[in-house]
Structure formats: structure tokens, C-alpha cells
Write a protein that binds this ligand. Structure first.
Ligand code: SF4
Length: 312
């Protein structure tokens, strides 16, 4: 069957990150993950302690670990690995671990500026929280966006404040939306992270999250399944009082429904997350990412549906 979805170079019926990168830069682009040694206001007591209940002690940056190498050493190492697989790929520096704008402006500049100067870096991605982007940081990054593409990756996970409180996000959806509105008037590109299967969320709630976030002035989304990581607060809670986790089939069906509610111009950067085999307690099916994305493709083709076909 021909693929009727316009923003795809293959059989996928959603706006793939690969499509965006290839049409925007004309080449394969890889993100090189970095740990810049920031912490998080949700951990150090400024907002809360203990962090989001699903987050491991590595601050959502499992693959960099608690790196002691300098940023450039980390980058060179990551670039080598990427280039082994994709020799011609261009690179993005990806500040992934913890909250990468939670610190003095001078520290943020020290981290970002060396990558603005590198010719082999075509963009910089900065993972952070919506409550850690004061105006002076936004102004600075907006100036950087004259030199390279700057992506701001904002964790949200859910629009439901009750769930956010339960998982200790320590911000509301309203606060998140206000920051997105402020970012809308800049040259910064916004990618929002969502998480499916948070404790006690119903399918209806997860669909509402996709529908609402699809109306925001953002550029991209990452949709993940919850990973229950050993040692986290959520893991302990699940041990004491197990809550339902989506099966692979339920996740695939849910994601297809969510994609239909998201407008076609929003780039889908990911539909699966990276869990470390040794620390992942459940669900183990998330380790087979290719199977999950293949099942999503197959279901969309079978139902003859595509991203945004139910967007209002
Ligand atoms: S805000 Fe991010 S780094 Fe901080 S605890 Fe939550 S997921 Fe982890």
C-alpha cells in the first residue's frame, strides 16, 4: 500500500525525526549524549527532594552514567561511536542528564559555547524543566540560535496535575504552558517529553495529554513508555502496591490513537525510550524497540490511519 502520509521517507505514517533531519540538513544526524554535571531542583531541595519517582539516580541520562570525563572527551567518544555506524552523519550535542539550565548563566555558557564553535556540530539539544528557564537564559540561548539550531527538550510527562503530584514532578501543567508560550516568541525549537502508563492513569487521560499537547506551539514530541527502574521510588511503590503497566499490545494501540490526535507538523522524535537492561525491572518488552515501532507501523497501515487524521 502506498504511504499517504507526506512527512515520511519510508513506511511510517507519522512525522519522523529522520524525515525532518534528512529534509532539513540533507544528511543523517546523530545526537551525542552528554552529562554536563548539572543537578535538578527536584533533587536538591529547591523544588523538592528525591526527584521524579520514576527517575534513576543518573537523572534520565543512563547512557552517559555519572561521567567524570570532560564534555569534549565525552563528545569525542560519543562521536566516534556514531561515526563507526554512520560515517557521514552530522552531529548534535545533546545535554541529556538532569536539568541542563539549572545553574548560573556562566556555567550554561561554558557548556554551550565550545559546541557553537565546532563545525561538525549542527545543533545543540538541551534537556531541562520548564521552571528552570529564566528570561536571561532564554535570551542567551535565543542568541545562540543565530549560530546553530538550539532545541529545548522539556519534560512534561502528563497534563494531569494529580498524576504530576503523585510522581513528584513539582510543577503544574499551567506553569509548563506559560513557559511554552514564552518560548514561542523565540528562535528556539521545543521538544516535549510525554510518558505513557504513569500510575493510575487511564487511557482516556493519556489521550487527553496527547490531544492537549498537540495544540501547543511546539516543534516535536517524544513519547515514551514508563520504565520501572530498579531502586527508584516508583519501583519501591510498585513492589508494595503494584499498579498496572501497559502491555506491548496496549502501548502500540494507545500510541496509534495518540498519533492520530497530534497535528502532522509536529515531529515525532521518539516512540520508545532507552532502558538499561540491567536496571530495568519492567516492562521488559520495552527492550525490543524495533518490534514496538514495527508494530505501530503495521497497525497504522492496517487501520489506514495517520498522524493528525483526528486532530481538531
Ligand atoms: S526533573 Fe528530570 S532529572 Fe529531575 S528528577 Fe525529574 S526526570 Fe529526573
Amino acid at each position: 500500500m502506498n504511504n499517504p502520509f507526506p512527512y515520511s521517507l519510508d513506511n511510517k505514517r507519522y512525522h519522523t525525526w529522520n524525515y525532518y533531519l534528512k529534509t532539513h540538513y540533507g544528511t543523517k544526524v546523530c545526537k551525542v549524549p552528554l552529562n554536563a554535571g548539572f543537578t535538578c531542583p527536584n533533587r536538591d531541595g529547591s523544588k523538592s527532594t528525591g526527584g521524579c519517582t520514576f527517575c534513576s539516580s543518573l537523572g534520565s541520562g543512563e547512557f552517559q552514567g555519572a561521567s567524570k570525563a570532560s564534555l569534549m572527551e565525552q563528545f569525542e567518544h560519543g562521536a566516534q561511536i556514531m561515526h563507526r555506524k554512520w560515517p557521514d552523519a552530522q552531529l548534535m550535542a545533546y545535554f541529556q542528564s538532569y536539568t541542563n539550565t539549572y545553574g548560573p548563566l556562566e556555567k550554561i555558557k561554558e557548556c554551550v559555547e565550545p559546541f557553537l564553535e565546532r563545525e561538525d556540530v549542527i545543533g545543540i539539544c538541551i534537556a531541562t524543566r520548564s521552571d528552570c528557564l529564566p528570561s536571561e537564559v532564554i535570551d542567551y540561548l535565543n542568541k545562540c540560535a543565530d549560530i546553530k539550531d538550539i532545541w529545548i527538550e522539556l519534560g512534561l510527562q502528563t497534563i494531569h496535575d494529580y498524576t504530576s503530584e503523585r510522581i513528584n514532578r513539582a510543577h503544574t501543567y499551567e506553569q509548563f504552558k506559560e513557559k511554552v508560550q514564552e518560548l514561542k516568541d523565540t528562535k528556539l525549537k521545543i521538544c516535549v517529553h510525554l510518558m505513557n502508563s504513569l500510575p493510575y492513569e487511564t487511557e482516556e487521560m493519556m489521550l487527553q495529554t496527547a490531544k492537549e499537547v498537540g495544540k501547543l506551539p511546539i516543534h516535536a514530541l517524544k513519547i515514551h513508555m514508563l520504565h520501572l527502574i530498579k531502586g527508584t521510588k516508583m519501583y519501591q511503590q510498585h513492589q508494595k502496591a503494584p499498579f498496572d503497566l501497559l502491555t506491548q499490545e496496549q502501548y502500540v494501540q494507545l500510541v496509534v490513537k495518540q498519533l492520530r490526535l497530534i497535528p502532522p507538523h509536529i515531529i515525532i522524535q521518539r516512540l520508545t525510550g532507552d532502558g538499561m537492561k540491567d536496571s530495568l525491572a519492567a516492562p521488559l518488552w520495552t527492550l525490543n524497540k524495533t518490534q514496538v515501532t514495527n508494530d505501530i507501523d503495521k497497525l497504522m497501515a492496517k487501520l489506514n490511519v495517520m498522524q493528525g487524521d483526528l486532530y481538531e
